[in-house]
Design a protein around this ligand. Structure first.
Ligand SMILES: [Zn+2]
Length: 309
């Protein structure tokens, strides 16, 4: 029994370190397919999105979607993709404005959302939720000299920056993808950027090493839906623009998914058996099940931690 426990622990540690290196891997050179996938698209008026493609294909991936908000005083960049992509982001911004980048907001700690913070100079204002700052401080990418690219301005539950048409409301509603996911609302434009709390239509990545939780996920999204009502467009983590109704659907999906995982766990199924038996694609058209297993593993770990033995 002890041997098995150790084996499971080693396998679980392996899964976590693979996940961590995937987030933190800098772009080595810039693959042509990834460059092609990194385009600037108009969302509304003075708000743009720089795409980053699907992270399942590393060769065409530059990082999470980046928000580019042109205010009176300068440009606010929300998420900075993988390391090495800063100049591409700056070049794309130059095609829509001559204003300087003054502010970075990091929605969460992962290297595909914080990787190019350093490309914008050390005097820029960098903002994140306070748990995300603590998570970023643990990353090699922000040690030593690079610590100056950590967020200096943080918030706990809510903060507004700018005013009038330039106002951005930042919220934290609880654990999910990590324990520090910011929701960024461009109030005048009725657009919300979700980071990886809504990355794609599949099970989310649950980064338990950075405080993520599958068990609390749907409740966190429920708070967002109950609080932020005046939006009509979503910039999400790693897929095209979405509508608020699709975030409502995602909350229902996560409720059903976690209930199914709890039931499988209670029935004594292994993670593999649970993965093979759960399929919500019929109920949620357009959803994939490629990321079930990793999420189920984390939820099993959470359930075990909640009631050992
Ligand atoms: Zn992430």
């Amino acid at each position: 029994m002890k041997r098995l426990t150790i084996l499971v622990a080693v396998v679980a540690a392996g899964v976590h370190s693979i996940a961590a290196s995937a987030y933190q891997q800098p772009a080595q050179g810039l693959p042509p397919a990834a460059r092609a996938a990194t385009q600037i698209e108009k969302v509304k008026d003075n708000l743009y999105m720089i795409t980053g493609a699907d992270p399942t294909d590393r060769n065409s991936f530059s990082g999470g979607n980046t928000g580019v908000f042109i205010t009176n005083n300068g440009v606010v960049v929300v998420d900075t993709k993988l390391a090495g992509w800063g100049q591409v982001i700056l070049d794309k911004i130059k095609t829509v404005t001559n204003k300087p980048v003054t502010t970075i907001i990091n929605t969460h700690t992962h290297g595909d959302h914080t990787g190019s913070n350093e490309a914008f100079g050390g005097t820029i204002e960098i903002i994140a939720q306070e748990n995300t700052k603590a998570n970023m401080e643990k990353m090699d990418a922000f040690k030593g000299d690079k610590a100056r690219f950590l967020p200096k301005k943080t918030f706990k539950d809510k903060m507004s920056i700018g005013s009038g048409k330039d106002r951005i409301d930042l919220y934290y509603f609880g654990r999910g993808h990590t324990n520090g996911d910011a929701w960024v609302v461009y109030t005048a434009l009725r657009v919300m950027q979700t980071g990886d709390m809504f990355a794609w239509k599949d099970a989310p990545t649950l980064d338990r090493n950075n405080g993520g939780s599958g068990l609390e996920y749907a409740q966190t999204v429920g708070k967002v839906l109950a609080t932020v009502k005046d939006v009509d467009t979503l910039i999400v983590g790693h897929s095209p623009l979405r509508k608020p109704a699709e975030l409502q659907e995602y909350q229902r999906f996560m409720t059903d998914f976690v209930n199914a995982v709890r039931a499988a766990n209670k029935a004594g199924k292994s993670v593999d058996e649970a993965t093979a038996s759960i399929n919500l694609s019929a109920k949620y058209p357009g959803y994939k099940n490629e990321r079930y297993k990793a999420a189920i593993q984390v939820i099993y770990d959470e359930l075990k931690a909640a009631s050992p033995n």
